[in-house]
Design a protein around this ligand. Structure first.
Ligand SMILES: Nc1ncnc2c1ncn2[C@@H]1O[C@H](COP(=O)(O)OP(=O)(O)OP(=O)(O)O)[C@@H](O)[C@H]1O
Ligand SMILES: [Mg+2]
Length: 261
């Protein structure tokens, strides 16, 4: 598959080249001996390049913990996290910072924009902090895809929730990361804005071969994905390839039962 081809991103052809990120026996335990929470329980998973993977599961099942460990924002208790063949779980802070700047994009439910900066400044901030050159053509393209051409000078408070999340998506894409981890990116959006943001994420998978792993509670959002993983109590309990909307609804129904049990 042609991925990032127009942008000259280095690609290698290692045997596991179709895998962009993986967790090996990943375990995360919070708390001390008397008060332990096993958030992730020996999770093994490979995330494929150029795909959108959705992660569903009841509240407290370990979805955010998995995203944070994968992105090097949290340290696993045991096991390994590998992104682009690099062992994230063995990195020091300096290496993690470099990894997050160059290989990983993160989109949060709460947008996490800097309120005093314009949309354009927010999108470019990570590159500026990293002292990386700004590829204006790529910036224009990303801004066009997220449909923010007319909003670049606006500050976050002057933008709708959906527009703010599109700024966050553009920011995540600017460095052309190997993989974007998104934790409920549409969790704070109305259905119209959700569709906009999901449409954009999907388009970046289709057009640029972007790899995306997205946590969601919304079956509609999950139906945009190529694959749906279900977490329960820190374990992956289902792995559905190209599930139909009805299959996803079944997962959601189970989730509801567990949540309200
Ligand atoms: N910093 C922490 N200290 C202690 N326990 C934590 C911490 N972070 C998460 N946990 C616990 O780990 C488990 C998994 O939490 P996590 O946030 O990954 O769940 P989640 O699937 O993202 O849930 P939600 O859908 O509500 O966002 C939960 O039982 C949670 O209480
Ligand atoms: Mg969460």
């Amino acid at each position: 598959m042609a991925r990032h081809s127009a942008h000259g991103k280095a690609t290698s052809s290692k045997p596991s080249d179709h895998v962009v990120a993986r967790a090996i026996d990943l375990t995360k335990i919070y708390g001390d001996a008397d008060n332990q929470v096993i958030a992730l329980n020996h999770v093994n998973v490979e995330f494929e390049r150029g795909q959108m993977t959705a992660i569903m599961g009841p509240s407290g099942s370990g979805k955010s913990t998995l995203m944070h460990c994968m992105a090097g924002l949290d340290q696993p208790t045991s096991g390994k996290v590998i992104v682009e063949g690099l062992e994230v779980s063995a990195m020091n802070q300096r290496q993690l910072t470099k990894l997050r700047r160059e290989q990983i994009g993160f989109i949060f439910q709460s947008f996490n924009l800097v309120p005093t900066l314009s949309a354009e400044e927010n999108i470019l901030l990570p590159l500026q902090i990293a002292k990386k050159p700004i590829d204006r053509a790529w910036f224009d393209q990303v801004v066009h895809v997220v449909g923010l051409e007319q909003r670049l000078k606006h500050r976050p408070s002057q933008l709708s929730g959906g527009q703010q999340q599109r700024v966050a998506c553009a920011r995540a894409m600017m460095a052309r990361p190997s993989v974007i981890f998104a934790d409920e990116p549409t969790g704070n959006l109305d259905s119209h804005s959700s569709r906009e943001v999901l449409g954009f994420l999907k388009q970046s998978v289709k057009d640029y071969g972007q790899s995306i792993v997205m946590v969601t509670h919304d079956p509609r959002a999950a139906s945009y994905a190529d694959r749906v993983l279900v977490l329960a109590d820190g374990n992956i309990t289902q792995d559905l390839r190209h599930p139909s909307y009805d299959q996803i609804l079944e997962v959601f129904a189970d989730e509801g039962e567990e949540t309200h049990a």
